[in-house]
Design a protein. Structure first.
Length: 348
């Protein structure tokens, strides 16, 4: 007499549906804290619903952005410090939206891993929810993909998708003219660009992620995982006040390549590199690698995560408004005839 063998299950193939359901239940309270006017239905359905009229828009134009966090993810995985990488994910998307003049409305994430580790996944998505909460953006959906054989043990990947809106006719950039003042908003470190080079510099230094931070407190890994600053609320307040002609999110390409993206043909900018202090992390990266100033300026944010071009007669008021919103603001230059970015002074 032979015994009947049990058939294969999805769990036998490495996918735990119950763990996925448990994750959704764990993150529901965090997602609920991000609720804002306009949210109709969020987690749990086949799609998420959002009512633009309930959000206060009359004749809206939608703006969408998607991004990831690059190889900064590798440091988070290697150190096990994953509680703030979700903030980076949100910031990389919503900071782009405000450069178009749009208010971020809702966010969706994609989280993929070989084996779902509930505690790790919960920390990551709670970080995403925190980023949404800080930027007034609702976390209304996402995808958790458990894919055995696609990722090494402990590895995961993240992508984010944000949608915002503005009233028709209010898009940015617009109205940039010669004489506009450039206001730079301080960054909170490297943010989420240039980490392939950062990792190479750390390799050259001979340090590990758990080594003492050579330019500050804590470990080196902790310092390099400082989350990307969210500029949404201060930037929207400045836009609403009037006089803001353009915003440039200083990501890959640095100051050198991102500022020209918001300038009309025939105009360039001059930037005074003595107008702000280079943060210690960049000084260490440059000293350790022998990096030239030009490379720094076209790879990293160099201490400024967002740059605004504003009307000269409104510059003082906007500067004070941004400072009242908690930003560290530097007058870094002005718009002039020409093209591209020219620099005077030195950061290094």
């Amino acid at each position: 007499m032979t015994s009947k063998k049990n058939g294969l299950t999805y769990a036998d193939a490495g996918v735990d549906i119950d763990a996925g359901n448990e994750l959704v239940e764990r993150i529901k309270p965090a997602a609920k804290r991000t609720a804002r006017p306009g949210v109709m239905a969020g987690l749990g359905g086949f799609g998420a619903l959002f009512d633009l009229k309930a959000a206060g828009f009359t004749d809206p134009v939608l703006v969408a952005a998607t991004d990831g966090v690059g190889t900064k993810l590798r440091i988070a995985i290697d150190t096990g410090i994953v509680d703030s990488i979700g903030i980076d994910l949100v910031a990389m998307c919503v900071n782009d939206l405000i450069c178009q003049g749009a208010e971020p409305l809702f966010f969706l994430d994609y989280f993929a891993t070989g084996k779902l580790e509930l505690d790790q996944a919960t920390q990551i998505i709670q970080g995403i929810a925190k980023g949404c909460e800080l930027s007034g953006c609702a976390l209304i959906g996402g995808e958790t993909a458990e894919m055995p054989g696609m990722y090494n043990a402990g590895d995961f990947d993240l992508a984010g998708f944000a949608v915002g809106a503005m009233e028709r006719g209010t898009s940015l950039p617009g109205g940039v003219v010669e004489g506009d003042v450039l206001l730079g908003l301080a960054s909170d470190g490297v943010h989420s660009n240039g980490y392939s080079l950062v990792r190479k510099v750390v390799e050259i230094s001979g340090l590990d992620w758990d080594s003492d931070n050579p330019f500050g407190d804590g470990s080196l890994g902790q310092a390099l995982l400082a989350p990307t600053r969210l500029y949404v609320k201060p930037a929207l307040a400045a836009i609403k006040s009037g006089g803001v002609h353009a915003l440039a999110h200083i990501t890959g390409g640095g100051l050198t390549e991102n500022i020209p993206r918001v300038l009309p043909d025939g105009l360039g900018v001059e930037i005074d590199l003595n107008a702000w202090e280079l943060p210690p992390v960049f000084k260490w990266l440059c000293k350790t690698s022998g990096m030239e100033q030009a490379e720094l300026l076209k790879t990293f944010n160099s201490g400024l995560g967002m740059v605004l071009a504003v009307s000269a007669d409104r510059a003082g008021q906007i500067e004070h408004l941004l400072q009242a919103q908690g930003e560290t603001v530097s007058r870094i230059g002005h718009v002039l005839q020409g093209s591209g970015v020219s620099y005077c002074g030195r950061l290094l």
